[in-house]
Design a protein around this ligand. Structure first.
Ligand code: HEM
Length: 485
C-alpha cells in the first residue's frame, strides 16, 4: 500500500500486515497472544485424524529471506514467495520470518478462512503495525478503531458502525462524490493535454490518491480540502503531504527487517521521522475538527436544528455523540483517512490498469456506463443498482490485483485447519493473493473475467475473495448487504 516504489504491483495495507513487534506492545495487545505456541497435549495424530501443530510444515526464516532475494522479487513482494511456498508445501505452513517470538500460520484454502472467522471470537483481533501502536502509546493518544482490541474496540465499532455502514451512506454523499470526481476528470484532461508524453497522465498513482483523499475528506471531515483548486489551500497541501509521508515512512519501516531489529534498542532515524510526521498529521486533523466544532457551536447558538443524527455528516455525527472528546473524534477521522485513502486509490489504479490491458472489457464497461448514465450525467443511487458489469469488473480487478494481499486473525479458540490442530491465540494469516491466483480456487485465475461475478457461481467458494474482510471486524467502508461474504 505504501508508495515508495510506484512500480510495485501490490502494496500491503496497514490492516493486512502480519507483524507483531519485538518491543513490548501495549498491555491489552500483548496479553492477547502467547509468545510461544503451546504444544498440543496430544502427541501424534489425533483420534479424528487431525495432526498436531508441530507437524505443520515450517519454513526456515533464513531460507525464506534467501528465497525472497533469489527466487521471487524481494521483501516488498513477499506475498509472491508465500504463493510459491503453498505450491511447495501444501495448503498450510508456519514461519517466524519477521523475527517474531512465535509462529504465524499461513493458509490458502477458503474452507480454512471460513473456519478462522468462525473461531475469531466476539472481539476479533488482527496483527497491527507496531510503530503505529507505538506512536499512539507514547503520545498517550486514544488508540482508535483500527488498533484497539477487545471491549474497547467493540464500543468504538458500535459508535461508528451504525452510522458509516448504513446502506444510505453512499446516497447521502453522492453529490460530494460526483463533484470530486468531476474535478478529477477535468484535471486528468488538463494533465493529458499538457503532458510531455502525449496523452499520458504523468503520475496516475499520485492523482488517484488526490482523488481518494479529497473524496474521503468530504465523507469524514465534511469539507472539501480544495486539492483541485488552482491554488490549493496551504492546510490541504500540508495534510496531503503528511498523509503521503505517513504511508511512505510506514513502507520503509515495514519492509526493512533490520530496522525492526534496531528499533528494539533505539529509535532509528526513520522511526523518529515517522513519529514527527504522525504528530503533524494529528495536529492538522485537530485543526479541521476544531473548525467544525466551532461551526457546530455557532449553529446551535443561532438555533439551527442539526437534524437527524443518522443523516448529518460523519464528523458532525461524532461531535454530536455524547462522551467522545475532540481528540477521540480526531483519531477516528485520521483512522478513516489512513484506512481508506490508499486502499481506495490502489484498487482504482489497478482497475484502470486491468481495463487498459483488456480492451474488450473496457469496451463492454463503457457501453454499460453510456447506456445507464449517459456521457455527462451525474451518477445517482438508481444508476448504481443497474451497473452490474461495473461492479463485477471492479470485484474481478480486486481479485486479480488485490490491494490487500492477506489478512490476519488471532484465533480465539482451537481450530483444525487443513488437517492440523491450531491452538487458540495463534496468529493465522489468510493469504488472499495466493488463493485468488490459484487455479485450484479460480478457473483461469490470471484472466480478467468480470463475467465470473455476474451470476453467483457454484464453482467459486464464498470465502475465496474477501477484499474487505468478513464478520464483525470487516471494513466499515464496505456497504453491508448480507451476512455472507
Ligand atoms: C477498496 C477500498 C478498501 C478496501 C479494499 C478495504 C479493506 C479493508 C480490510 C481488509 C479491512 C480489515 C477487515 C478485517 O479485519 O476483517 C478494513 C478495515 C477497515 N476499513 Fe477498509 N477498505 C477499503 C476502503 C475503506 C474506506 C473508504 C474506509 C473509510 C471511509 C475504510 C475504513 C476502514 C476502517 C475504519 C477499518 C477498521 C475496522 C475495524 O477494525 O473495526 N476502508 N478495510
Amino acid at each position: 500500500m505504501f508508495s515508495l516504489f510506484p512500480s510495485i504491483p501490490f502494496r500491503r495495507n496497514l490492516l493486512s500486515f502480519r507483524t507483531r513487534q519485538l518491543k513490548p506492545l501495549p498491555q491489552n495487545w500483548m496479553s492477547s497472544l502467547k509468545t510461544e505456541v503451546v504444544p498440543s497435549e496430544r502427541e501424534d495424530t489425533f483420534d479424528d485424524g487431525v495432526r498436531p501443530f508441530e507437524d505443520i510444515p515450517e519454513v526456515n526464516r533464513w531460507k525464506f529471506i534467501y528465497n525472497l532475494c533469489t527466487k521471487t522479487e524481494g521483501f516488498t513482494k513477499f506475498f509472491k514467495e508465500t504463493a510459491r511456498l503453498f505450491d511447495e508445501l501444501g495448503p498450510i505452513y508456519k514461519d517466524d520470518f519477521m523475527f517474531t517470538p512465535f509462529k504465524t500460520v499461513h493458509v490458502i484454502d477458503p474452507e480454512d478462512f471460513a473456519k478462522v472467522y468462525l473461531a475469531e471470537g466476539k472481539y476479533p483481533s488482527r496483527a497491527m503495525l507496531d510503530f503505529w501502536i507505538e506512536h499512539r502509546r507514547r503520545r498517550n493518544h486514544f488508540p482508535g478503531i483500527i488498533i484497539a482490541d477487545g471491549e474497547e474496540w467493540h464500543r468504538m465499532r458500535q459508535t461508528i458502525g451504525p452510522k458509516i455502514m448504513r446502506p444510505k451512506i453512499v446516497e447521502e454523499n453522492m453529490n460530494n462524490f460526483n463533484a470530486v470526481s468531476k474535478d478529477a476528470v477535468a484535471r486528468f484532461i488538463k494533465l493529458k493535454e499538457t503532458s510531455q508524453e502525449e496523452g499520458h497522465i504523468p503520475d496516475l498513482e499520485k492523482e488517484m490518491k488526490r482523488w481518494a483523499l479529497e473524496g474521503i475528506a468530504t465523507l469524514v471531515f465534511n469539507t472539501r480540502l480544495g486539492l483541485y483548486e488552482d491554488r490549493p489551500p496551504q492546510v490541504a497541501l500540508k495534510f496531503t503531504e503528511e498523509v503521503n509521508n505517513f504511508f511512505e515512512l510506514s513502507h520503509t519501516l515495514l519492509f526493512n527487517p533490520f530496522s525492526r531489529i534496531a528499533r528494539q534498542y533505539f529509535d532509528t532515524p526513520t522511526f523518529k521521522k515517522f513519529l514527527e510526521n504522525a504528530d503533524a498529521l494529528m495536529e492538522t486533523g485537530e485543526g479541521i475538527v476544531d473548525k467544525t466544532t466551532r461551526e457546530l457551536k455557532e449553529m446551535t447558538k443561532n438555533g439551527i436544528d442539526l437534524g437527524d443524527a443518522q443523516v448529518v455528516p460523519l464528523l458532525t455525527y461524532l461531535l454530536m455523540k455524547e462522551g467522545l472528546t475532540p481528540e477521540e473524534v480526531n483519531v477516528h477521522a485520521i483512522d478513516f483517512v489512513g484506512a481508506g485513502v490508499d486502499t481506495t486509490s490502489f484498487a482504482t489504479v489497478w482497475w484502470l490498469y486491468n481495463l487498459a490491458r483488456f480492451p474488450h472489457v473496457q469496451q463492454k464497461l463503457y457501453q454499460e456506463i453510456e447506456s445507464v448514465i449517459g456521457i455527462d450525467d451525474d451518477v445517482t443511487p438508481k444508476h448504481l443498482t443497474k451497473l452490474h458489469y461495473l461492479k463485477a469488473s471492479l470485484k474481478e480487478s480486486m481479485r486479480l490485483t488485490p490491494s490487500i494481499t492477506s489478512l490476519t486473525r488471532i484465533v480465539d479458540q482451537d481450530v483444525d485447519l487443513s488437517g492440523y490442530h491450531v491452538p487458540s491465540n495463534t496468529l493465522v494469516q489468510m493469504e488472499f493473493y495466493a488463493t485468488t491466483r490459484s487455479d485450484k480456487y479460480f478457473k483461469d485465475p490470471l484472466e480478467f473475467k468480470p463475467e465470473r461475478w455476474i451470476r453467483e457461481s457454484k464453482d467459486v467458494h464464498s470465502f475465496s475473495h474477501l477484499q474487505f474482510g468478513f464478520g464483525p471486524r470487516m471494513c466499515v467502508g464496505k456497504k453491508r448487504r448480507k451476512k455472507t461474504p
